[in-house]
Design a protein around this ligand. Structure first.
Ligand SMILES: [Zn+2]
Ligand SMILES: [Zn+2]
Length: 317
């Protein structure tokens, strides 16, 4: 009697475990389409091979083979959980270029064989003021391309992988004759391009300062030069002077820790685009602006662009 009871208990427990295992699907079979990527599995920053799965191409979805993916500093933050939000395993990558392999029945903008790109996000609410004004990048319910939670509750995996699927609303056409290596335009590029354009810092002859010469900064220099502005790179040390001037075509270089250089440049710039994500003083930068000059900050932690305008206090006597 006692033995049979134990046996029964054993069988019931075993059945329960088996059911539980069935309910918890592995990364490899939570969706039907097999995929391969490179994932971080802990905070070490090391990537290793990872078999996972992508969803079946839905009505409005575009599936594409990934040809190229840029490496953004946000990827490095996520790999090591430096923002405290990483959901391991993390497949980073949000500057993705590829070629379409399948489209859903209601897809209107794309066909098989098109070159396409996907940037920082693959979903948004589609209803808020930002979404209805084509500013989905500011939506508070935005779904990130990597390390985000999709509407079906599964984790999103980024572009360090072989295959991607996204709603066509968040896919862009990649010009046929455009090099795929330019994938960083999908994050660092658009962030600096749109802020220079939106705030009118794109007029030939303007004097523009670019603070920081990393992933965003070097893009800002190239765009500002292409717009015909005069560009000063502002950096804490002179280390990057040669790169700024000789490789990227900046017109001048200011070392922000050199008080004489900073003093000589007071009131000289129409606008500054500040790409530094570390904490740093703003007043010395504001001093470099002409009256009504604009300081645009593109720190990714804000998930938005902050603009400060230098206004001179009018004192009448
Ligand atoms: Zn990025
Ligand atoms: Zn929205």
């Amino acid at each position: 009697m006692h033995f049979s009871f134990l046996l029964l208990l054993y069988i019931v427990r075993n059945l329960k475990n088996k059911n539980h295992q069935k309910m918890e699907k592995s990364h490899e079979n939570e969706h039907p389409v097999k995929a391969f990527g490179w994932a971080a599995k802990d905070t070490s920053g090391v990537l290793s091979s990872f078999n996972f799965s992508r969803r079946v191409t839905g009505e409005k979805d575009v599936q594409f083979k990934i040809l190229y993916c840029g490496i953004c500093h946000s990827d490095l933050h996520q790999l090591k959980n430096e923002w405290g939000t990483s959901k391991y395993p993390v497949i980073p990558g949000h500057e993705i270029v590829g070629v379409v392999t399948e489209v859903g029945s209601k897809v209107e903008k794309f066909k098989v064989g098109d070159k396409v790109g996907v940037g920082y996000f693959v979903g948004s609410c589609r209803e808020c003021e930002n979404c209805t004004n084509n500013l989905e990048n500011y939506c508070h319910d935005q779904i990130m391309t990597s390390n985000g939670t999709y509407s079906d509750g599964t984790i999103t995996y980024g572009g360090y992988s072989d295959i991607m699927v996204s709603d066509e609303h968040y896919v862009v056409h990649w010009p046929e004759n455009f090099p795929i290596e330019a994938a960083p335009l999908l994050c660092a590029g658009i962030t600096t391009y749109s802020s220079l354009k939106y705030y009118g810092l794109d007029k030939p002859g303007m004097r523009i300062g670019v603070v920081g010469l990393g992933g965003l900064g070097h893009m800002a220099v190239k765009f500002a030069k292409a717009f015909g502005t005069k560009v000063s790179v502002i950096s804490t040390s002179a280390n990057k002077k040669q790169e700024a001037i000789e490789r990227l075509g900046a017109d001048s270089f200011l070392v922000s820790r050199d008080p004489d250089q900073m003093q000589a440049a007071v009131g000289s710039l129409d606008g500054i685009i500040d790409t530094v994500s570390a904490v740093h003083p703003l007043l010395p930068l504001i001093n470099l602006l002409k009256t009504n000059g604009k300081l645009v900050m593109v720190d990714p932690r804000f998930l938005s662009i902050l603009i400060l305008i230098k206004l001179q206090t009018m004192i009448h006597n």
